[in-house]
Ligand binder design. Sequence first.
Ligand SMILES: NC(=O)c1ccc[n+]([C@@H]2O[C@H](COP(=O)([O-])OP(=O)(O)OC[C@H]3O[C@@H](n4cnc5c(N)ncnc54)[C@H](O)[C@@H]3O)[C@@H](O)[C@H]2O)c1
Length: 347
Amino acid sequence: MKVLITGGCGFIGSHACEYYVKKGIDVVAYDNMTKHELMRTGYATDAARNYNWEFLRKIGVALIKGDVCNLDKLMKAADGCHFIIHTAAQPAMTISMESPALDFSTNVLGTFNVLEIARRLKIPVVNCATIHVYGNKINETLKEEPTRYIRCPAVIDENHPTMEGTLTPLHVSKRAAELYVQTYIETYGLEAASFRLTGLYGPRQFGGEDHGWVANFVIRTILEMPIRIYGTGKQVRDILYASDVAEAFDAFYRKRKPGIYNIGGGTDHSVSLLECIKLIEEITGKKLTTEYGASRLGDLQYFVCDISKAKRELGWEPTVSTKEGVSRLIDWVKESESIFRRGLRAK
Ligand SMILES: NC(=O)c1ccc[n+]([C@@H]2O[C@H](COP(=O)([O-])OP(=O)(O)OC[C@H]3O[C@@H](n4cnc5c(N)ncnc54)[C@H](O)[C@@H]3O)[C@@H](O)[C@H]2O)c1
């Protein structure tokens, strides 16, 4: 078996690669190695950018530098593959507002190309969508408790209306890509899934203010630098550890039940920013300095996935506890501290 992972040198892509390599399966990682987001984090850009590439090279992944917008090159990379995991994306709401054309081409055209290739090769494909497709009207249904927002019902399933509230280009590009997935399922019978992913975290995540908040908090705690919170800090997510995401991709490959799935930690893994900071402080023994700013356009203050569809149809559920996952992320940031510190010092 051979798996093509677009965006394989990114955070989740690298975990999907590692997952299949450990199973003795051939893996091709296809990634354009963009530095667009990394340059904004303040970390040592080249060292951070090459980190996952080197990691994958050492474990035997075939690496191809290419853009998902290049259909011919992507088609060649997919030759002989049995499954595509599409993680390549422009994932940040902030960047989507600043560079809507980049967001559109990467997320819409890129996903369209991936689907076309899966259709031509008649192979299954999983797309990475996001819980942001629901929109932030959910913010209007929340109550405030001392450390977090709460909502009744606590969880949100796939039948909840989408695109309600204030929309940004990211909402549209991610939902458009997902609609193409649905369309390819219905029109061509493609064995495809779109995963509406929640907040993901784990090692090899170079998180910053744009994207990857758990990693951003951990990195800044270890470096003893202040973090900025946009809003009250009571925002809630059901965070999901990276290896659990890789398991979900494979669960779809095994069960092949096409459709849209919420993939998140569910209520057992829900945490607010303030609660997450407390957990990081407890594990590291360090105190984090926080600064507060106004909420950003399009921000979603609460999301906890109802994951019963993924449990029922794919036989998947998260296995890594929040405490265990955050501890592993902390260990990795400590090992990799020089990459973060070097760039920030040079600024
Ligand atoms: N990390 C999260 O918390 C989170 C939450 C919800 C959804 N998602 C989705 O999961 C997917 C993976 O996210 P991630 O956190 O691993 O992102 P990431 O930025 O770490 O990885 C994305 C990878 O795609 C590559 N890429 C970008 N544009 C490309 C292009 N045009 N051609 C080829 N490669 C390209 C990048 O170089 C990068 O290596 C994305 O679709 C994202 O929207 C992530």
